[in-house]
Design a protein around this ligand. Structure first.
Ligand code: HEC
Ligand code: HEC
Length: 246
C-alpha cells in the first residue's frame, strides 16, 4: 500500500482544486479486479461460494445463509455504496445507521407486540406460499396486508406503496441504499431462511434477531481490508456474479 499512499500524495500535490481531487476519488472507487478476486477467494468465498451461490464451505453454519450474489432478483438492485458499507462496517452497523457515509438503511421491523406466536407461524406458512405455491389462508392474508404489504407489497414482490418518488418500486425504495425488502416470491431468496430465523425476524425485527436471538449477519471486514481492497471486491462481485449496472 506504500505505493498507493505515494500516489495519493502525488495526486494531491498536482491537484489545484478540490474538484479535481474529488473526481479522481470517484474514479478510484471502481477498484482493481485482480485485487478484488484475490480478496474474494481468500475471505468471502468461504460463505458466499466461489460461484456466488451462497454455498461456500461455511454456508451451512450461518443462519440466515449467506447472500446469493448470483441471484439477479435480489442483487441487481444492490448499489455499490451498500455493498461497500456492508463489507466494511458489517450489516448490523448499516441497519443501525452507524456508518459515516451511508444513506439511511431500514431494518426489518418487529411485530412481537401486535402478533401472537401462532399468528407469526401462520404468517410464515403464508409467506412461503408466495414462492412454493402452498395454500394461502385468507384470514392470514388480512394480517399480511395490514402488517407486511406496506413494504413487501400485496403479492410479496417487495413493491409495496412505501416506494419513494425518487426510486419507484420495485427498485430499492424503503431506503435509498438498500435493495427493496425481500421479494418473497423468489425461492432462491426464501431458501436462505429457516422457519426458526423467520419466526425471530418477524417477532423481534432484524436488529434484535441478531443481537438477542443470536442469528448471523454479515460481519465487518474494515479492520482487515483497506478501502481499496473493499472497493475492489465490490467490483469483483459486480463483474463476476451480478454483471449488471443501471
Ligand atoms: C462467515 C461467513 C461470511 C463471510 C466470510 C462473508 N460473508 Fe457476506 N454475508 C454472510 C451472511 C450470513 C450474510 C447474510 C446476512 C443477512 O441476510 O442479514 C451475508 C451478506 C452479505 C451481503 C449482502 C447484505 C444484504 O443486505 O443482502 C454482502 C454485500 C456481503 N455479505 C459481502 C461480503 C463480502 C464482500 C465478503 C468478503 C470480504 C463477505 N461478505 C464475507 C456471511 C459471510
Ligand atoms: C417498514 C417496512 C417493512 C415492513 C412493514 C415489513 N418488512 Fe419485512 N423487510 C423489510 C426490509 C427493509 C427487509 C430487508 C432487511 C435486510 O436488508 O436485512 C425485510 C426483510 C424481510 C424478510 C427477508 C429477510 C431478510 O433478511 O431479508 C422477510 C421474510 C420479511 N421481511 C417478512 C416480513 C413480514 C412477514 C412482515 C409483516 C409481518 C414484514 N416483513 C413487514 C421491511 C419491512
Amino acid at each position: 500500500m506504500g505505493e498507493r499512499v505515494g500516489l495519493i500524495v502525488f495526486v494531491m500535490v498536482l491537484s489545484f482544486s478540490v474538484l479535481t481531487f474529488s473526481s479522481w476519488a470517484e474514479e478510484d472507487k471502481k477498484g482493481d479486479l485482480v485485487v478484488g478476486e484475490a480478496v474474494y477467494k481468500e475471505i468471502c468465498f468461504s460463505c458466499h461460494g466461489l460461484k456466488g451461490d451462497g454455498k461456500g464451505p461455511s454456508w451451512l453454519n450461518t443462519k440466515p445463509r449467506p447472500q446469493v450474489f448470483a441471484n439477479p432478483n435480489y442483487t441487481s438492485r444492490l448499489i455499490d455504496q451498500y455493498l461497500f458499507e456492508v463489507a466494511k462496517y458489517g450489516k448490523l452497523a448499516v441497519l443501525k445507521r452507524q456508518t459515516p457515509l451511508g444513506e439511511k438503511a431500514v431494518a426489518m421491523p418487529s411485530f412481537g407486540d401486535v402478533l401472537d406466536d401462532d399468528q407469526i407461524r401462520a404468517l410464515i406458512r403464508f409467506e412461503r406460499g408466495f414462492s412454493n405455491g402452498g395454500a394461502q389462508d385468507e384470514g392470514i392474508r388480512e394480517i399480511f396486508n395490514d402488517a407486511c404489504a406496506p413494504c413487501h407489497g400485496p403479492s410479496g414482490r417487495g413493491d409495496g406503496p412505501r416506494a419513494s418518488e425518487v426510486q419507484p418500486a420495485p427498485r430499492e425504495f424503503v431506503s435509498l441504499i438498500q435493495p427493496a425488502p425481500g421479494n418473497l416470491t423468489d425461492l432462491v431468496f426464501m431458501a436462505r431462511f429457516s422457519d426458526d430465523f423467520l419466526f425471530n425476524l418477524i417477532k423481534k425485527g432484524r436488529i434484535k434477531a441478531t443481537e438477542e436471538a443470536g442469528f448471523d449477519t454479515m460481519q465487518p471486514y474494515g479492520h482487515i481490508l483497506s478501502d481499496d481492497e473493499l472497493w475492489s471486491v465490490v467490483q469483483y462481485i459486480w463483474e463476476t456474479f451480478i454483471d449488471h449496472k443501471e
